[in-house]
Design a protein around this ligand. Structure first.
Ligand code: DAH
Length: 339
């Protein structure tokens, strides 16, 4: 019996296998219920009492050795299985989808880019503002309708704290700590208390421009805006300025561009007029310069403000404003090429 166990121990030490199946076959041969070690255990009953202790120890040793050997074969096999030589490093990688910029970001960047080429630098201000920067410093009369609860989001506990309704507030933020020459472009989000629909939203985006220096004329404003329109919408774009009113500019105007969807012939987008309004502008009212610490007898300025959604709609013909904030991947993916 002892000899039989010793032979089997030697056999087990020299086991080899080349596949998972072979390892499994060895396990069954030695370690299963009907395997050769189980058979030895059966024979244990016939071992004379005085040898039982020695034989028992030996059988246990055999069992542990067989168990360890098969496990180590398994481990070695698992290692060879994932050998580097199996990896084809020349294979093309799985494509990782890249994110895309939001259409409003693409257009905002383009606007900022055009004006930075004209020497405008970037300025930003807070979205949570106070009444002074949004209205007071911009020459709004105390009873101006824009201050009305219909338009502005107020915070009940702090009547002075509001969400800015336009980026003109950044004009004031810049002027209060900078003396001319000032040439800034100010992109940002603005908020108005409007019901959400295809044509209106409670938040949207604007880009404000401000230029203050000694000799600034309406002609400068018009020329800069013409250049902007042509850079943005193509060199055949026409502009037209219509007289308008804003508390912070005098004279004030609204600017239309020839509809770039129908080329000025008339379509549903331009309501068959051939023109679409894209911004408000004007010469900075001397009162605004004064309110913000700039001497209006020395300096003059022009300002303009445009809606980023509006420009994006025109450029990409997005019909429903809600698309911009719904994060529908199918919509966002359409702007992959514009990134
Ligand atoms: N703040 C105006 C608005 O939200 C837009 C605007 C008009 C800005 C004329 C200006 C400007 O700087 O000169 O409707």
């Amino acid at each position: 019996m002892l000899q039989k166990i010793q032979d089997m121990l030697n056999e087990v030490e020299n086991l080899e296998a080349h596949s998972a199946e072979e390892i499994e076959a060895l396990r069954i041969k030695y370690l299963s219920k009907k395997g050769s070690i189980a058979a030895l255990m059966n024979d244990f009953r016939t071992v004379p009492a005085e040898q039982k202790k020695e034989v028992g120890i030996k059988i246990n040793e055999l069992k542990t050795r067989a168990f360890d050997k098969i496990n180590s074969l398994r481990a070695a096999f698992a290692q060879t299985d994932t050998d580097d030589s199996d990896i084809d490093i020349t294979r093309t990688a799985y494509p990782t989808p890249l994110g895309t910029r939001h259409p409003l970001t693409i257009v905002k960047n383009e606007i900022v880019d055009i004006f930075s080429r004209l020497g405008f630098s970037l300025a930003e201000g807070p979205e949570v503002e106070d009444d002074w920067h949004v209205f007071g410093s911009m020459n709004f009369a105390d009873d101006h309708p824009a201050r009305d609860m219909q338009d502005t989001f107020f915070i009940e506990a702090r009547p002075d704290v509001i969400l800015r309704t336009h980026t003109s507030s950044v004009q004031s933020r810049v002027m209060e700590h900078t003396q001319p020459p000032i040439r800034v472009i100010c992109p940002g989000r603005v908020y108005r208390n409007e019901a959400i629909s295809a044509r209106a939203h409670c938040f949207f985006h604007q880009v404000e421009g401000l230029y203050v220096d000694r000799e600034v004329s309406f002609t400068d404003l018009k020329q800069v805006l013409l250049l902007f329109a042509r850079e943005m919408f193509g060199e055949n774009t026409q502009i037209r300025l219509r007289p308008s009113y804003f508390p912070f500019t005098e004279p004030s105007a609204e600017m239309d561009i020839s509809c770039n969807i129908c080329g000025g012939k008339g379509c549903s987008f331009c309501k068959h007029t051939g023109w679409v309004e894209i911004l408000g502008c004007g010469m900075v009212d001397p009162a605004v310069l004064e309110l913000n610490g700039i001497d209006p007898t020395i300096y003059k300025g022009y300002a303009f403000g445009m809606g980023v959604e509006r420009i994006t709609n025109l450029k990409y013909q997005v019909k429903d404003l809600r698309m911009f904030s719904e994060n529908d991947m199918r919509f966002l993916k359409e702007f992959e090429a514009a990134n």
